[in-house]
Design a protein around this ligand. Structure first.
Ligand code: NAD
Length: 469
């Protein structure tokens, strides 16, 4: 039996079937999560369908008030949610607290968004308006790197726009999201938000379900492709936020002493398990060694350890599969002649710990550069010609984000605008806001989250064309 419960139709539903949740710092199962059956899912979808008419009929302000109360509940439960996040995800307690606080902040910010009616034309003969209508029942499926925050990127806009929903967290990190369901149970009208828990099969059942109208998914590219296929049965609307292999390009006029810190932070945040982390660092040959040295100095100051321990800056890789990917990419970089400036050797003992690792002298065509490691390992690649580095940055099936760093902002902006990515940053990387759209092009995804553009993804447009006279 699990202490956690499913949230279905406003009720906390226990489940006899459970699965173990592993603490990546110890490799031990420390909790049981409830495993939803197909009947549980059908009940959740039916509850969402039943709740839809009354929820969509509420005013925007009424729905907004519910979201704000949910944000208050998250904030009030911060200590418990943060500890759950650290134990299941691995991140340091400080970073887990930051995620919980950020979740409440993000919900409040998204709750301020409006759904204005656009008047397309008006004359003596007719008035034509464009309305945004909710889609119905949303299925939201989320990954394990920011379990709570990325779930709220879906819950807030889906509910604000008048949809009802079924949310499924990753089976690696279900506990904080299940807890969220429990603490908001009495705030949200029954059936409006349902939270189910289970493995990949449960995800597939949601994406195939005939009574689900939209899928909002964050996760890996291979899963995104499966979802696109299985959502076709009833032509579900889909938003896919997938993996990336973001390039950051440092020009020869940049000052490594100034930019090493933000580049380091955006490469190693959450132990590199960030979709839009810097995963390929292209550094101009004039500042290459200096940049490498500055990054190594920063890496040497940091502690990798159990997220619950005092003084831990970076936690372990979240799960065994991802840890094996990181180890394998490190091995292939060694075989490709990579120069390991720091890290590279995982410590003995329990836990999926991998040291912060910086590898010089690898280049395009090497696996560490071409593939998404999603872990604490950064290749630093040398370049000399502007056109050539842009071509290499774009020579990938990914297209999430990218950045250019330079003392000459105008030149950097010109280069950044040539990146084939959903976001292009200048002298910063992964600079996000609840008010800015975020999403990928090419195989990094489809559609955006956040801002009014993200809100629109949870709606369909309706032209209301009224003849006068
Ligand atoms: P994943 O695709 O393995 O799993 C994500 C979710 O999908 C889980 O809840 C899982 O149970 C579910 N799932 C698995 N198979 C399914 C199927 N056939 N049908 C429906 N659901 C299914 O991804 P992950 O390993 O949890 O996350 C890591 C990946 O997510 C990385 O590639 C990372 O870059 C990406 N990511 C992208 C963003 C973004 O905004 N673009 C943000 C965070 C993570």
């Amino acid at each position: 039996m699990s202490d956690a419960t499913l949230l279905i139709d406003g009720q906390s539903i226990p489940s006899d079937a459970t699965f173990g949740v592993v603490n990546p710092a110890t490799e031990e199962v420390f909790a049981q999560a409830p495993e939803a059956s197909r009947e549980n899912l059908d009940a959740a979808v039916a509850a969402a369908r039943k709740a839809f008419p009354a929820w969509r009929a509420k005013s925007l302000d009424e729905r907004r008030a519910v979201l704000l109360s949910m944000a208050d509940a998250v904030e009030a439960d911060l200590p418990t949610l943060a500890e759950l996040l650290t134990r299941e995800q691995g991140k340091s307690l400080a970073n887990a607290q930051f995620e919980v606080g950020g979740t409440a902040m993000w919900m409040r910010a998204l709750a301020t968004l409006e759904l204005p009616v656009e008047v397309i034309s008006e004359d003596d003969a007719s008035r034509v308006e464009l309305h945004r209508r909710p889609l119905g029942v949303v299925g939201a499926i989320t990954p394990w790197n920011f379990p709570l925050l990325l779930s709220m990127w879906k819950v807030a806009p889906a509910l604000l726009t008048g949809n009802t929903m079924v949310l499924k967290p990753s089976p690696y990190t279900p506990l904080a999201v299940m807890r969220f369901g429990e603490i908001v149970r009495d705030i949200v009208p029954a059936g409006v938000l349902n939270v189910v828990c289970g493995g990949d099969d449960l995800g597939r059942w949601i994406t195939e379900h005939d009574d689900v109208d939209k899928i909002s998914f964050t996760g890996s590219g291979p899963t995104g492709k499966k979802i696109m296929a299985s959502a076709s049965g009833n032509l579900k609307r889909i938003t896919l936020e997938l993996g990336g292999n973001d390039a950051a390009i440092v020009r020869g006029d940049a000052n490594p002493a100034e930019i090493a810190q933000p580049i380091f932070d955006m490469a190693f945040q959450n132990s590199g398990q960030v979709c839009g982390a810097i995963k390929r660092l292209y550094v101009h040959e004039n500042v290459y060694e200096e940049m490498c040295e500055a990054l190594v100095t920063l890496a040497n100051e940091k502690t990798v350890g159990d997220g619950m321990a005092e003084g831990t800056d970076f936690g372990p890789v979240q799960n065994a599969m991802q840890y094996d990917i990181v180890c394998d990419l490190a091995k292939s970089a060694r075989e490709d002649g990579g120069r390991f400036l720091v890290g590279g050797e995982p410590p003995e003992g329990k836990g999926y710990f991998f040291p912060l690792t910086i590898v010089a002298d690898v280049t395009d065509g090497h696996r560490l550069v071409d593939e998404e490691p999603f872990g604490p390992i950064l290749p630093v690649i040398r370049w000399s010609e502007d056109d050539d580095v842009i071509r290499r940055a774009n020579d990938t099936r990914f297209g999430l984000g990218g950045s250019v760093w330079s003392a000459n902002a105008e030149k950097a902006t010109e280069m950044a605008s040539q990146l084939e990515t959903g976001s292009a940053w200048v002298n910063q990387h992964f600079s996000l806001s609840p008010f800015l759209p975020f999403g990928g092009v090419k195989e990094s995804g489809m559609g955006v989250e956040n801002g009014p553009w993200g809100l629109a993804e949870f709606t369909s447009s309706q032209v209301l064309n009224v003849k006068k006279g």
